[in-house]
Design a protein around this ligand. Structure first.
Ligand code: HEM
Length: 457
């Protein structure tokens, strides 16, 4: 087993600045995760870029990241990308700040309680099993699309008790347009200026948002009228209230759109990259199937199996290390502050990239290798906490983290019981840093049905 080296102290506190060519690479935004990684390897844990009013720090030391996300979280707000996102999501959990965010988080948190997630597990397995039954032996599929459709259906059922396939054209088209606009406008360094121009993409974005709103308001209205707990997350939010009362329809709309968007593409990409890695590492795939067969025999998994599927969880954790679906977190300093001896002025932008830290050889020797055994409890304990932060941390930690682990592990266990998938040769597979780290050209795979799960042991 490869041992990680744990850093006791930061290597440098003086920010280092990239040269002009490197700054141009940053601005071109082509393969940003790799550009960040190169900069961090060359300049160390603090990379500083300053030009006019723009000042950016790329922080890659786990202790600095903990400082920003946890210890000094009150000195930071979400970064500029969030402004565009809020055009779509309004004031939902992902985009709101301060006391308002605190109140909403408190209202919504119980909907992600362990028992509630256990209830969603049944839907996760049912839908994965339905997909497994629809696959054809020898067929070629785009695994990224398959996983995206599956997690969207699961999100629709668990969040709204709605068959998203029925609403598919509206919901998935609106989301595709929203994502395109976000990538073209929201992620640009000139987002604010572009937002004011009458670009066709901007018009399409607002049309898509209005269509999606119509569907979501209708679902809220139907739930209110039915007045019963349908076991989904929306039913919970309709009941939730505090001393200030319950949520308005507009607030419910913002939160549900947020959960739908935040909750399905991330998990879909985690699963798609896992299939890609398994196809290249048959020894890991074999061990994974052995665990699944040993724990489940001939039956489908339930929430109770989650803790027993420990190797499955390690496989998923390692896939999210190499391909973190949320590949970077952005913050803006709202006042001058000091991060372990580093002066950060008010208004500076802080970037903390999971992609960079998850590939750091100080914590992950041979960082490009896919080694699920890095996630045994002992190996985990030997690393600083923020050497791995696929779900962020502190008060803005992903609220859906337990949901995502449950979904990832149970979906994987359900599918690998009866199917394996090999990569179609001759295709180009490359990560694209859109909102999530997704495969730019998809992942084409040929499906092979396994005759009897037990035969694998
Ligand atoms: C593999 C799957 C997922 C990954 C990698 C992921 C990643 C993240 C990250 C990194 C953040 C923090 C962003 C920041 O601090 O700026 C976040 C926040 C959030 N995520 Fe997830 N997420 C996943 C799944 C989900 C699911 C399944 C849901 C809901 C069903 C969800 C809902 C949210 C929400 C609402 C927030 C905002 C929380 C707050 O600020 O209070 N996510 N997610």
């Amino acid at each position: 087993m490869v041992q990680a080296q744990v850093l006791e102290t930061p290597t440098r506190r003086q920010p280092a600045s990239p040269n002009l060519i490197e700054i141009l690479a940053l601005l071109s935004r082509r393969n940003l995760p790799m550009t960040f990684l190169r900069l961090a390897r060359k300049y160390g844990d603090v990379v500083h870029v300053k030009g006019g009013p723009l000042e950016i720090f790329l922080l890659s030391h786990p202790e600095d990241i903990r400082e920003v996300l946890v210890v000094q979280h009150a000195n930071f707000h979400k970064g500029q990308g969030v402004q565009m996102t809020s055009r779509m999501l309004g004031q939902g959990l992902l985009t709101s700040e301060g006391d308002f965010h605190k109140r909403q988080r408190k209202l919504i948190q119980p909907a992600f309680h362990r028992q509630r997630i256990a209830a969603y597990a049944t839907t996760m397995v049912e839908e994965a099993s339905r997909l497994a039954q629809s696959w054809q032996d020898g067929a070629v599929v785009d695994m990224a699309e398959e996983m995206m459709r599956l997690t969207l259906v699961i999100a629709g059922k668990t969040l709204f008790n709605v068959d998203v396939e029925r609403e598919a054209s509206t919901v998935s088209q609106a989301m595709a347009v929203a994502m395109e606009a976000f990538i073209k406008i929201g992620l640009s360094p000139w987002a604010e200026q572009l937002e004011r121009l009458p670009l066709p993409i901007r018009r399409r974005f607002y049309r898509a948002r209005d269509e999606m709103d119509r569907v979501i308001y209708r679902i809220i209205e139907e739930h209110r009228r039915s007045g019963r707990d349908q076991g989904d997350l929306l039913s919970w939010l309709l009941l939730a209230h505090d001393e200030e009362g319950a949520m308005s329809d507009e607030q419910l709309r913002d939160e549900m759109t947020t959960l739908l968007l935040a909750g399905h593409e991330t998990t879909a990409n985690a699963l798609a990259w896992t299939w890609y890695l398994l196809a290249q590492h048959p020894e890991v795939a074999k061990r994974l199937r052995q665990e699944v067969v040993q724990v489940l025999g001939d039956r489908l998994p339930t929430a109770d199996d989650f803790s027993r599927l420990s190797y499955t969880e390690q496989v998923l954790a390692e896939a999210m290390r190499l391909f973190p679906p949320a590949w970077s977190i952005d913050r803006t300093a709202i006042r001058d502050c000091d991060i372990r001896g580093l002066t950060i002025p008010s208004g500076a932008r802080i970037i903390m990239s999971q992609y960079v830290v998850h590939h750091d050889p100080r914590f992950y020797p041979e960082p490009d290798r896919f080694l699920p055994e890095r996630w045994t409890p002992e190996a985990r304990a030997a690393r600083p906490k923020f050497a791995y932060f696929p779900f962020g941390g502190g008060p803005r930690l992903c609220i859906g983290e337990p949901f995502a682990w449950m979904e990832g592990v149970l979906v994987l266990a359900t599918l690998v019981r009866s199917w394996e998938a090999e990569l179609v040769p001759g295709q180009r597979i490359e990560p694209e840093a859109a909102v999530t780290l997704r495969p730019r050209y998809g992942i084409r795979m040929r499906l092979h049905q396994l005759q009897r799960a037990a035969a694998l042991v």
